[in-house]
Design a protein around this ligand. Structure first.
Ligand SMILES: CSC[C@@H](O)[C@@H](O)C(=O)COP(=O)(O)O
Ligand SMILES: [Zn+2]
Length: 233
């Protein structure tokens, strides 16, 4: 079809190629196994989306949907597939935050944290926090800052998360991610590479927080508060 030139490129950084490459990487981290999760990339006025219900690590550029971000109409629509059920959630990150890419994972670290925390996840005083943006002002969080990620309730169907995800994005203007209880996480960024780094840094911090709690250390505790836990002097 004529629209094939929208997804055929020798450029490794073309969004259709990047979605396939990154989903393989995410699969190897256990983030998009069993068809769950995915990633969408925005390139100018074009939004690239994966098909629904497919093995995300086996996708090829030909499988990609392309949407016009202004009209919200598909300008490339592979007939044998439906677009990802995450599409309305990805759109929330594009429309409300002006994101350049949005990642959705079913990371077990995200699911575990959603079970351990009520309304929001917090972690402080850990070096990896410095990989995350301030969002409402220039620059990145500092070592002494607290990272906060809101948690919303899951719904029976992915697309029904849209309203609560949008509410959380508006209620937490400093957040670059939203956790979905018993489901996973949405992480977005200004570009595909920033979204990738934010997702990696957040997943690291979620995993660390689970381990800290297992050792009786509060992830958002003050420096030194861990002394009462397992530390041997
Ligand atoms: C294991 S099914 C998971 C889906 O319901 C959904 O949560 C998901 O993340 C992927 O949706 P998809 O429509 O395949 O892109
Ligand atoms: Zn999902």
């Amino acid at each position: 079809m004529a629209e094939d030139n929208l997804v055929h490129s020798h450029d490794a950084n073309h969004p259709a190629n990047l979605i396939c490459e990154l989903c393989k990487l995410f699969y190897s981290n256990g983030w998009v196994t069993g068809t769950g999760g995915g990633i969408s990339v925005k390139d100018g006025d074009l939004i690239y989306l994966a098909p629904s219900g497919v093995q995300k690590e086996r996708m090829v550029p030909d499988n990609m949907f392309v949407m016009d971000s202004k009209t919200k109409e598909y300008i490339r629509r592979p007939q044998i597939y439906k677009p990802s059920a995450c599409t309305p959630l990805f759109m929330a990150a594009y429309d409300i935050r002006g994101a350049g890419a949005c990642i959705h994972t079913h990371s077990q670290n995200a699911v575990m944290v959603s079970l351990l925390y009520e309304k929001e996840f917090k972690i402080a005083n850990i070096e990896q926090i410095k990989a995350l943006p301030r969002v409402t002002s220039q620059g990145y969080l500092g070592f002494y800052d607290t990272l906060t990620i809101p948690i919303i309730e899951n719904t029976a169907h992915e697309e029904d998360l849209k309203d609560t995800l949008e509410r959380a994005i508006l209620d937490y203007p400093e957040a670059t991610a939203v956790l979905v209880r018993r489901h996973g996480i949405y992480v977005w960024g200004e570009s595909v590479w920033k979204a990738k780094v934010y997702n990696e840094a957040i997943d690291y911090l979620l995993e660390l927080a689970i381990k800290m709690r297992q050792c009786g250390i509060a992830p958002d505790g003050a420096i030194g508060s861990e002394k009462g836990a397992l530390r041997v002097e």
